[in-house]
Structures are given as structure tokens and as C-alpha cells.
Design a protein around this ligand. Structure first.
Ligand SMILES: [Zn+2]
Length: 138
């Protein structure tokens, strides 16, 4: 499943988020959790923003999150999306973990998005082959 055209640049992992993208490639949406205080964080980073520890484990996200916020893009800011507008960019919250992730809802028209609506995790691929977490309205 793809939401964006394949010419849209896909995510390139860095030292800090390599573990996140490797887990995504296995279709496991996972977040860093601090080994010291237990709190989750996203995006991935070298230190816990809550207690400063550099000890980390990973926890898998539930298969359902909720729509925290969204915007509808009407102006094609990249040549690759010239024929794709309008499209949505959403923030999906996982309240039990205290984290949010930026994504797209693949099956909702702009007027169907509602704050707090449940969204089911699905997987897509960016043009560079990286598996990316996407969401569907339920
Ligand atoms: Zn911590």
C-alpha cells in the first residue's frame, strides 16, 4: 500500500533512529522506552528526555491509535506530489505509551478526519523501499 507517489523521498535512517526504521522494515511499529524510568519517547534519541538515562529498550505500539491532529496539504511543496494534492498529514497518538507519530490516513477524505477517531496501523512502502507506518480509519 502506498499513499504517496514513489518519487517522494523516503526516510533515511540516522544513528539515532536506525533501530526504529529497522523495526518498521519488519512491520513492527516500536518506540524507545527508557530502561531507567520506563517512559516512552518518539522520535528516537540517545537520551531520555524525562530522566536523562541513555539506557533504552523498545516497546511495540498497539495496532490502533487515535487521531491527535492533522492538516490537509493543498499546495504541492515537492514536484513529486504535484498530482497528489490534496493529501493529509496526521499525528497519531498512542495515549497509553505517551507518544505520537507523524503519518498519513490512507482511506479518508479530508472531511472524514475527526480528532480522536481511532486509526488502525497498516504498512506501506516509501519509494526507497523503506516500510513506513500508515493508518486507516476504522
Ligand atoms: Zn527515563
Amino acid at each position: 500500500m502506498e499513499y504517496m507517489p514513489p518519487d517522494v523521498p523516503g526516510p533515511e535512517s540516522s544513528f539515532d533512529d536506525r533501530g526504529y526504521w529497522e523495526r518498521c522494515q519488519q512491520k513492527r511499529l516500536s518506540f524507545q522506552a527508557c530502561s531507567a524510568c520506563g517512559k516512552c519517547r518518539h522520535p528516537p534519541g540517545p537520551y531520555c528526555p524525562h530522566c536523562g538515562s541513555d539506557q533504552v529498550t523498545w516497546v511495540e505500539a498497539p495496532q490502533v491509535g487515535e487521531l491527535f491532529s492533522y492538516t490537509i496539504i493543498h499546495h504541492p511543496a515537492h514536484e513529486a506530489v504535484r498530482g497528489r494534492v490534496p493529501y493529509n498529514v496526521v499525528i497519531v497518538a498512542f495515549p497509553d505509551l505517551g507518544v505520537r507519530v507523524i503519518s498519513n490516513v490512507v482511506n479518508a477524505a479530508p472531511d472524514e478526519l475527526q480528532f480522536g477517531m481511532p486509526l488502525r496501523l497498516v504498512w506501506g512502502n516509501a519509494g526507497n523501499g523503506q516500510a513506513i507506518p500508515l493508518f486507516k480509519k476504522m
